[in-house]
Design a protein around this ligand. Sequence first.
Ligand code: SF4
Length: 428
Amino acid sequence: MTDQPVRAAQPRQVSPRTAPAATEIRQVRPRAEGWSQKKDAEGRPALQFASPKRGKPPVHLADLTPEQRVEKTKELGLPGFRAAQLETHYFTHYTSDPAQMTDLPASGREELVAGMLPPLLTEVRTLKTDRGDTIKFLWKLHDGALVESVLMRYPGRITLCVSSQAGCGMNCPFCATGQAGLTRNMSAAEIVEQIVRANRVIREGGLGPAEHDGERVTNIVFMGMGEPLANYARVMQAVRVMVDKKHGLGMSARGITVSTVGLVPAITKLANEGVPVTFALSLHAPDDHLRDELIPVNSRWKVDEALDAARDYFEKTGRRVSIEYALIKDMNDHGWRADLLAEKLNARGRGWVHVNPIPLNPTPGSIWTSSEVSVQREFVRRLNDAGIPTTLRDTRGKEIDGACGQLVATAEDEADAADTRVGADRHS
Ligand code: SF4
């Protein structure tokens, strides 16, 4: 719980303030640059919620409950207690290599490991910053789909930004992933495997000198490819494995951030799970007029509905909610929008929310470019002055997770951009 008093929620509808006259301030409107968005029959950006039918990834230990793991071990011809040994190898030693599992009987070991820990991610390439504190992984899934994850070392914590879908069906105009549509949902094990592989890299010294023994990923942000709440069941199974102290990775739920562009029924469901993860709403605009264009799912669930659901998340879990707000020059960074956002948040009580404005990477000539520094400061000042705790996110984060990590071009371009941006040396 936060230590600030919580005021009873007040009426939740707040009328948008009148925007200043067009002559006073520029208003850039969202549009896709360099591609065309898929449209529905009414000419609106198409939303795709269902995963297309494709070959499923192999079932893996991390897709199963502990009981199912015991059953499957028996089916594979070994006593059920061997499942616990496999769990230790995978979740504690980060290995899927039967040669390292000498506590398992030689007879049947290969078959057991092949059946329980099938390969899921093939490393296509990794990009590493000069300082070695950020690594971007590009993974190929069993069917050739590409996803990425990003590993970041900060003082006292190591964060991994994970993907939850190959592609995405939310069709945001700034996002290359959205333009390509949803390829498929990732399995729970494909999500977890990103963490296990990152832990292996950390243990082998790939993220630079360790601060202490047994260092591993401490924080997860679901801000890679995909809309996590559109792949709800698998994301929740992955989260359960992450927090399970006996049969999983034993991570803290507080260190796991599940973000969404505003799938309201799924936010409500998440609030009732009893797993107090950190919840982040990628809002990016406080008024429906702009957000309808910027985040197409807003045509389904409006700003006020998304904020109500976020507030309910706080009430049910006691976990303070994060509002993510990518600051885009002349598009959503106007002072009156900061005031309107503060007004809408304060209308729902105090002490329940924190705002994270994230300046975009500067992209000269694009409508998707960073707000001026003075504008960023003014935006933050207005929110703080209105009593909303607000922190401008650091530049490393913005490279990675501005809005689901996709405020960049294609995976290929992104890798090249990262190469230029951070002077990366390639490891593949
Ligand atoms: S910004 Fe996020 S939700 Fe929107 S299309 Fe891209 S990955 Fe999907």
